[in-house]
Design a protein around this ligand. Structure first.
Ligand SMILES: [Cu+2]
Length: 123
């Protein structure tokens, strides 16, 4: 019985890994509110929302709220934009970005367990 449970949970875990790394695609992109702010929660291995759409050449405030106490989640990196920020636990941290070129950019924690995408759109 124990073996069965271990096997079943192993299969479920593998299915979850496959889903997370290969099948999962973020849904509709979140957009800044009327004053140019997007709230992003950092918890349980995901940025919510993890797909954000922002206008080009416009300052957008990404307001991160980290609820995950693991050390790796405490840094968010926008590789292509050359931005990295420390996220204090349980406190909002604002990262202001003004992307100058349309395209797709990524953001993640240092080990890339937390991953998000930023879509910069022409107006
Ligand atoms: Cu990480």
């Amino acid at each position: 019985m124990i073996t069965l449970i271990v096997n079943v949970s192993g299969v479920l875990l593998m299915a979850a890994i496959v889903w997370w790394f290969w099948l999962y695609r973020p849904g509709l992109a979140a957009q800044p509110d009327a004053v140019g702010i997007v709230q992003i929660t950092v918890a349980n291995g995901v940025y919510s929302p993890d797909h954000i759409s922002v206008p080009v050449n416009h300052p957008t405030t990404l307001r991160f709220l980290r609820k995950d106490s693991s050390a790796c989640a405490s840094t968010v990196i926008f590789e292509e934009l050359g931005i990295s920020a420390e996220l204090p636990l349980g406190e909002a941290k604002e990262v202001v970005i003004t992307p100058v070129a349309p395209g797709h950019y990524s953001f993640s924690c240092p080990m890339k367990m937390y991953r998000g995408s930023l879509e910069v759109k022409d107006e």
